[in-house]
Ligand binder design. Sequence first.
Ligand code: ADP
Length: 361
Amino acid sequence: MAEVRLEHVRKVYPQGGHVAIADASFTVADGERLVLVGPSGCGKSTLLRMIAGLESITSGTLRIGERVVNDVAPKDRDIAMVFQSYALYPHMTVAENLSFALQLRKLPVAEITTRVGQAAEMLGLDSMLERKPAQLSGGQRQRVALGRALVRQPQVFLLDEPLSNLDAKLRAGMRAEIARIHARTGTTMIYVTHDQVEAMTLGQRIVVMKDGVVQQIDTPMTLYRNPANLFVATFLGSPAMNTVEGLLALDDGPVLVLADGQRVRLDGARLPSGLPRKVVAGIRPEHLAVAADGQAMLSATVDTVEPVGNEVFVNLRMGAVLLVARLPPEEAPVEGRALGLTLRAPEVLFFDPASGERLPG
Ligand code: ADP
């Protein structure tokens, strides 16, 4: 096991001079499960592939343990990588797929048998060791791909969107399994995904990336509650955080004055300095609620109601502003109706409209 340390790591692809990673510096602790997340093209695969040694590093330093590995070949980095495409050997059985890398390394037969047995047991593959990949479901094939990484007992596991080919139910099951494997092996794990739910559920810490730039690194709940900027705020959470532009001013109490003159009361909000000022207010859908008579802090028209079982997502219009509220199903309003709402003002976040940076409150 080992920590992975990046110092000012930069990647410029020679073809076209595209800056895929601008300047990444962070440390993955020994035994940590870290997730790299961001939209397609943000550079997360490039970063993972540099750690794996599959992509050269333009500048900066990469260490695995004490060793600088910038110029160390992938096979000498003591890492194991799992990809979205399982890349199993189709003519080999599950057992052969699992043991192949160990045979290449000329490990003693008894050691290979033990490691394959342990991995098969951990992944529930015991009963299918003699099958070929074509005789397995997608989920089972991905298990074998994980097993092949596991038997190598590397210092670091690198996983690049390993669950993308699986259906939603299987993905949730495999997520839990990967967390369990991590807990059992204690091996440092770096996991790439574009899926914020996967990032939130799997990451002990998450690195949020955009356009080759690390936006914020922290635990899932800290990122959710204390996002550094609008990008992080709106990327994590589903439905996404509502963002409302307006002039934040002090009247009788704090109010957000919208472009059309509507006013949203924000009694109890944690206000930034320098009021009045233009802001983007960030309101999580779960912080809106149907107001009792006379208590409304804002009023809106119900556009559509989406039931999802244990709650409903209510799409609202407040003039030109669209909002989503998460409400209990029994409070689902009628479409087209005017609705008074309260919001949990102390939870509202404020951002600078120009830079998108969070304004301390
Ligand atoms: P992600 O994994 O977040 O989707 P990638 O790391 O694959 O993003 O890509 C980051 C950026 O680098 C993208 O704009 C992509 O087009 C570019 N890129 C990726 N691979 C290459 C390459 N081999 N040559 C040139 N540009 C590349």
